[in-house]
Design a protein around this ligand. Structure first.
Ligand SMILES: NC(=O)c1ccc[n+]([C@@H]2O[C@H](COP(=O)([O-])OP(=O)(O)OC[C@H]3O[C@@H](n4cnc5c(N)ncnc54)[C@H](OP(=O)(O)O)[C@@H]3O)[C@@H](O)[C@H]2O)c1
Length: 263
């Protein structure tokens, strides 16, 4: 493909984990990239993606802020966005009353406010052109009340729901919206969320982020509504739909309470 003909993919949270793997798939698939995260490791991701033949613009910005999202939007410079992977997200373990308010707010501002602001800007352009594919990284965490990770699970419930609503609003527009719902995945997520001492954080059998990304990327290309990555997680998601919320909250406590990983 000639450089001018390469379509553009925008991937947030592309410095590590699932986002880096999503960006890799888009690069291998012939896309140029605008990638974003809020840490210097983004430069290494840029180099790795350029080695796959993509032209890459890396934007180090805080997507918990409107200014940060606007810097990302400015970076694609009006070029049509073919794929948007709104993946950046942040967890936060611990009891709600023991968390610092600024940390709680950062989770909400990153996962919900920044994500929606970005989606609105990119999806308007897609609707105007009558084409585009969007992948939102939600989570199976959105299907259960997250005792000891309450605000995070709430943000993912928001995204899991929002994704279906936007998808419906855009039906017949040529733009599809898909939601990737991973289960526990082997990334820096649990370290960043201060959850390494929990049962779920210390579980050695987490999913491979490359596999999770592959499932999500394929679902996005096929225009599917959502996809749960992994058979065990599919069963958990199906069970969550028929289990009382109080039981789910208790189950979540067992895997996310600080110290639950040591026993
Ligand atoms: N790992 C899991 O078990 C799991 C399960 C279900 C869903 N998810 C979701 O998957 C997505 C990717 O997470 P991951 O597991 O791949 O974890 P990760 O390795 O920690 O990656 C998260 C990415 O998002 C970026 N990010 C976070 N907050 C940001 C902000 N305010 N501004 C800009 N970039 C920000 C991070 O970079 P910086 O923070 O350094 O900027 C990093 O690039 C998240 O939405 C997460 O909620 C993860």
């Amino acid at each position: 493909m000639t450089p001018a003909a390469r379509p553009l993919a925008v991937v947030t949270g592309a410095s590590s984990g699932i986002g880096l793997e999503l960006a890799r798939l888009a690069a291998q698939d012939g896309h140029d990239l605008v990638i974003c995260a809020n840490e210097p490791a983004l430069a290494e991701a840029k180099a790795a993606l350029e080695a796959l033949g993509a032209r890459v613009v890396a934007v180090q910005a805080d997507l918990a802020t409107i200014e940060g999202v606007e810097r990302l939007i400015a970076a694609w410079d009006g070029r049509p966005v073919e794929l948007l992977m709104a993946n950046a997200g942040r967890g936060l373990g611990g009891g709600f009353l023991d968390q610092a308010w600024e940390d709680v707010r950062y989770v909400i501002d990153t996962n919900v406010t920044g994500t929606l602001y970005l989606l609105q800007a990119a999806a308007r352009g897609m609707r105007e052109r009558g084409r585009g594919r969007i992948l939102i990284t939600g989570s199976i965490a959105g299907l259960m009340p997250g005792s000891f990770q309450a605000a995070y699970n709430g943000t993912k419930a928001f995204l899991d729901s929002f994704s279906w609503a936007l998808r419906n609003e855009l039906k017949d527009s040529g733009v599809t919206v898909s939601c990737l719902m991973p289960g526990p995945t082997d990334t820096r997520f649990f370290e960043r969320a201060d959850m390494l001492d929990t049962k779920v954080g210390s579980d050695p059998d987490k999913a491979d982020p490359a596999e999770v990304a592959k499932v999500g990327y394929q679902a996005m290309l096929e225009g599917k509504g959502d996809v749960v990555a992994g058979m065990g997680n599919k069963v958990q998601a199906a069970m969550a739909a028929v289990t009382p919320q109080s039981v789910l909250a208790e189950q979540h406590r067992k895997m996310a309470e600080p110290g639950s990983g040591s026993g």
